[in-house]
Write a protein that binds this ligand. Sequence first.
Ligand code: BGC
Length: 727
Amino acid sequence: MKAILSLTFISFFILLIGCSTQSEKVDVEQEIEAILKQLTLKEKVDLCHAQSKFSTKGVARLGIPEIWMSDGPHGVRAEIAWDSWDQLGWTNDSCTAFPALTCLAASFNEKLSYKYGKAIGEEARYRKKEVLLAPGINIYRTPLNGRNFEYMGEDPYLASKMVVPYVKGVQGNGVAACVKHFALNNQEKWRGHINVNISERALREIYLPAHKASVIEGGAWAIMGAYNKFRGQHCCHNEELNNKILKGEWGFDGVVISDWGGVHDTKEAALYGMDMEMGTWTDGLHKTKYNAYDNYHLAMPFYEKIKNGEIDESVVDDKVRRILRLMYRTCLNKERPLGSFATQEHFNTAREIAQEGIVLLKNENNFFPINPEAKLKIAVIGHNATHPMTIGGGSSELKTHHEISPLEGIKARFKNAEILYSMGYSAGIGKWWTELPSPYNADSLKTEALKVAKEADLVLFIGGLNKNLHQDSEGTDRKSLNLSYGQDELIEELNKVNEKVGVILVTGNAVAMPWINQVDAVLQTWYLGSEAGNAIADVISGDVNPSGKLPFTFPVRLEDNGAISFGELSYPGDSINQYYKEDIYVGYRWHETKNIKPLFAFGFGLSYSDFEIKESKISKKQFSSGEKLIVNCTVSNTGTIDGAEVVQVYIGKVNSKVDRAVKELKGFKKVFVKGNNDELVSVTIDIDELAFWNEEIDGWELEKGEYFIAIGNSSDNISTQIPFEVN
Ligand code: BGC
């Protein structure tokens, strides 16, 4: 009888929160308190840990539902077995594979990020997931991190601006975004235990802003703790990160979910902010057969410690409140939309993001676009022309409805051309944890490719990295900045047999380009998902004018990267500790301060048209805290082809009392301009965004004095610089 009454009570309040006004939110909080009173200690503890690989228990007695989750971040992962990583082989779970988040970041288009979040959220909703384990926003610290492709680049401002709409788009579906990985999981090597030592200033200015934006502006309902340690404590139960900063300073009222197997201690997890422990078997790493989930740190050991008074019951109550709140936002929200899955609309969105994120790095002799009507002989060389990229790479792997390869896309668009394909080189047979040697003979592949290239009017080399071990893949880092499998040598030799060579790079990371002066063109195309080949063909045919900009620096040599330049203790560490010795000088901040010319700078990307950013003005010359600085300029498309340009606004401090990067991105806007036309652009900057983290006062300080604003279309191409003052 009591149970029936409770259920009616719950249902009543579920109806209320659908349309959530302030008073109804209060009602939800009251309802959470009412539920809490009815739960036994065991039921409370059961809500705090996994019951299977991707779900947690509900409370069957009270009709409180289970929570189901899925990766993230580029599509909704296939259904996975209860207790292992095997796919279940369902036939209804082939998703839309969206482009990798590096591509999204390269679009510099916040509206597109919302569209991405909305579409992937719809897919998660249709697949009955409460939590999407996405997006990933760890900062690009070195080009060796195997997981950079899942993140949004090297700049905290860009990542902050791009993460917020993604989170909002996902959550509009009544699906929680679980933003990951909090924090400092900037390499895969030793990710489970490496202890990150970093200055408070670098933490606050570089590594936390995107997380903060996702919580404060995006309203994220879940955050995933990272595997690594920070100042001696695992991030999943890190007092400073979770209690002080996330839940304290930022007022996060959602759920901190562990990375899979990232919890190592019951008491720390209980007290230092971990709300929900996920993993595999007992601790995510080791296999036991009997009642495995009961052995989780936040399962029976947690229960016992509460029972014997070592941990106060209020600790589990706080976690349960958060978890119930997550339910009211997701599975207990009767108003949430129904979602949709693998629709044409989603494939179109994936293609649009891919088109906008592709970056044209070099284009001599107008190599691109290639006239799709011309009767040309085109040699397409390279394994990445056909290699599926949605498979592998770790937890972001996808089972997709379709993946158009670059070769298929090119063949479909260039119907009048004769397309000659030759593999040229071959990756090994890979999984993300192992790579077996290729079954092909490297010399024969090369000989054949050179023969094909010689006969052709032009060569498209399609190579780069892939989702195998030590490439762009979770769990391991890359070993070198150079391309593997003899690609660098092959590109050089292709140049000797054909004068016209364009390189199409499929990677999620910067690579060295020793052949850059020999080839005509380079197109950086990331991992583009289901519509990869179509989007690449759209750009190389000129159907779409490229407008992507690099979200991270391409160094000439590995040693030019700040973190790497400080040697092993800085990256990858000594297997116990590492020290972020480059401090705040990450990416272009390092290159500009040290005067190290990059191969391609942050924010760089060409177009088939020419743009001029002119008549830049700022609203006034003196500002104080709380004010906004408005930059107005005109973007002229001086060519005949319609296209888009990204106005980038950087700010630097003259004679600062603290070390500062030469300049930092503080605003941007992407604008579409028709050929031979102008558009007026206005970018607003919050003056308080110019503050630096002052370690002496342990807080933000807006330094007074002289600053300059630098407006351009790349960090290394500034058209106007204007001084101003803060007082
Ligand atoms: C990854 C997470 C992922 C989780 C579940 C972990 O290994 O680090 O990003 O969400 O697995 O697949």
